[in-house]
Design a protein around this ligand. Structure first.
Ligand code: ADP
Length: 182
């Protein structure tokens, strides 16, 4: 069973890596950012509720995010494992995930290590609605304050990967670090 969480600052390449890793490991890639963006694109009630928050780089309230993740994890394709990207993003969400999984513990938490200056450059080239410099700086601050504490929270499960390098090279680093664990 492969139950893996990816953690790292915005722009670290989690989404790109998650797609490749999901194919290699045979488990679905579950990205809360992608799920929210799909809601926004489809003009759902949830999408309307979260759009302004996401555009400003803040975190969607835990009760909204947690419920969306609970529903997604209950779907058939996630019963054999999953790769979570962008969730949990704070310790409250991590407590929630622990409660949802119960005895089914995570196999590993992969940290994507990368300098902030590198990620700012990458994101400015990406052109997403929430990718202008002010919003990017804010998202990095939110990461430092809210998400980085997860590295201690998950200390026992943590695998840290250098996220700088060619896409395929980084994928191999993650796969070899996961070998025997997921
Ligand atoms: P990135 O990896 O570039 O930070 P994501 O696609 O993961 O971007 O997330 C985009 C935005 O969606 C976040 O800035 C935040 O507003 C919202 N979001 C995503 N995941 C969560 C979460 N777990 N909790 C709260 N908000 C979230």
């Amino acid at each position: 069973m492969t139950r893996v969480v990816l953690v790292g600052p915005p722009g670290a390449g989690k989404g790109t890596q998650a797609k490749a890793l999901s194919a290699e490991l045979g488990v679905p890639h579950i990205s809360t950012g992608d799920l929210f963006r799909a809601h926004i694109a489809n003009n759902t009630e949830l999408g309307l509720q979260v759009k302004a928050i996401i555009d400003s780089g803040g975190l969607v309230p835990d009760e909204v995010t947690n419920e969306m993740v609970r529903v997604r994890l209950a779907e058939a394709d996630a019963q054999g494992g999953f790769l979570l990207d962008g969730f949990p993003r704070n310790t409250g969400q991590a407590d929630f995930l622990r409660a949802v999984l119960g005895a089914d513990e995570l196999n590993a938490v992969v940290e994507f290590k990368i300098d902030e200056d590198v990620v700012v450059g990458r994101m400015l080239g990406r052109g997403r609605a929430d990718d202008n410099e002010g919003v990017i700086r804010h998202r990095l601050e939110v990461y430092r304050k809210e998400t980085a504490p997860l590295l201690d929270y998950y200390a026992a499960l943590l695998i840290s990967i250098d996220a700088v390098g060619e896409v395929g090279e980084v994928t191999q680093r993650v796969l070899s670090a996961l070998r025997g664990r997921a």
